[in-house]
Structure formats: C-alpha cells, structure tokens
Write a protein that binds this ligand. Structure first.
Ligand SMILES: *Cc1c(COP(=O)(O)O)cnc(C)c1O
Length: 225
C-alpha cells in the first residue's frame, strides 16, 4: 500500500483519538519510523507530506540523509553509542534516547547549539527495556544543568510488549505524570513539554494519554500490504 493511503488511515485514527479526549490534532507530531524501509520508501513518505522521520541507527540515518538531506526533520530514536554522536549531531532535530550522563556530555561537547533531547524512561521497569526508572530520570535531569547544549524538551518511552490496553494506558499515563512532575521543577534547560510515546500498535492510546509525538513504523511506511 502507498504511504499516502496509510497516512490517511493513520490520520483518521489520530482524529478519532483526539476527539475522544478533546485534543487538537495539531498538537501531535507524527514521526514516520523508516528504520525497516528503503530510502525510496522514506522519500515516498516525505512526498506524501510527512515532515518528521525517525531512525534508530546512525548508518540508516546517514544513508537516507545523503538523499533526503534536511527536507524532513530527523529524529534519532535508538540506543546511541557515545562515539557515534559526532556522526549525527548536526543532522538531527531531536534525540529521543538520552539515557546517561556520558552521552549527554558527548552531545554537549560536540554540539554547536543547544540540542533538543528527550530522556528515555523505562516506565514499566521491565528488565529488557532501555531507559531510566522514573526516580533516576528526575535525578539525571537535575544533573544536566551545567551542560549548556542540552535542552530536555520531554520524555520518551517504549511501552511493554503487550496487547493489554490497561497495561499500555498505565504506562503512558505514568510517563505523563512524570513529565508533569519535571515541569513543576521549572528548570530553564528542561521545559519538558513533549511526550514521545506510542507506536504502530498503541499510538491511539498514547494520544488519549497525552502523547505529543508518535513514532509509527510498520503501520505508516511498512512495505507489507
Ligand atoms: C521501531 C521503533 C518504532 C516503530 O515501531 P512500529 O511498531 O513499527 O511502529 C518506534 N519507536 C522506536 C524507538 C523504535 O525502535
């Protein structure tokens, strides 16, 4: 199926989720996660009007960047090795996976201007998941204060791998509550307004729970049917 057709379907679902909770659709950024697909498919997504693309590896991002440049805004959504920061730092609009001080220090050192970052939280505290626990996230954000090139725009999480709507909803709600707690600290370098949560299978629930960025791969750019 064409990306344009898939986008239309996703947009309908976003509208419906917004209607359910009285939100405005323009509060939500749709990030097309292109990590599984070709550069051509990513280009098709941009031509369909998608403004934000997400990649989880530096190789994938650089390969597509060669062709697409900064026509779309790039979001780095995967585990970022410290030594790879220099490869992507001048190409990305947001880094969604800030999860440790050594990484923050490297971003701070390599950047020529403040970088929009999201702190990755393991809200369900699953062993297998990356990210900080809620308690760690608060302490971590406080530690970032001296790093002038780090701006904490918000939080990111990956929900547990389940179809249980209550479990998903509770995770997203937990991230929003943590975000609100951090906002209350009123740190000038950490406005923390963004919530990056929700993927192909759970983005509607995430939007109902306050997502401002949804990261959609398979359902939006997947090349299968
Ligand atoms: C792959 C990936 C996504 C998108 O996953 P889909 O289920 O294909 O929508 C979103 N976020 C992150 C961090 C990912 O790695």
């Amino acid at each position: 199926m064409k990306v344009a057709a898939k986008l239309e379907h996703i947009n309908e679902q976003i509208l419906e989720a917004c209607r359910t909770v009285n939100r405005k659709p323009d509060e939500i950024k749709v990030i097309a996660v292109t990590k599984y697909v070709s550069t051509e498919r990513a280009m098709e997504a941009v031509e369909a009007g998608i403004l934000n693309l997400g990649e989880n590896r530096d190789e994938g991002l650089l390969k597509k960047w060669e062709v697409l440049g900064d026509k779309p805004k790039w979001h780095f959504i995967g585990t970022l090795q410290t030594r790879k920061v220099k490869n992507i730092i001048d190409k990305v609009e947001y880094i969604h996976s800030l999860d440790r001080l050594s990484l923050a220090e490297e971003i701070n050192k390599r950047a020529v201007k403040p970088v929009k970052c999201l702190v990755q939280v393991n809200i369900s505290e699953e062993e297998s998941k990356h990210g900080l626990t809620p308690e760690e996230a608060i302490e971590f954000i406080i530690q970032l204060q001296p790093l002038k090139n780090i701006r904490v725009e918000g939080l990111m999480t990956m929900a547990p791998f389940t179809d249980d709507e209550n479990v998903l909803r509770n995770s997203f709600r937990g991230l929003r509550q943590l975000r609100d707690q951090i906002m209350e600290l009123q740190l000038d370098y950490a406005p923390c307004t963004e919530l990056s949560m929700g993927m192909s299978n759970d983005f509607a629930i995430a939007i109902e729970e306050g997502a401002t960025m949804v990261r959609i791969g398979t359902a939006l750019v997947g090349e299968d049917g």
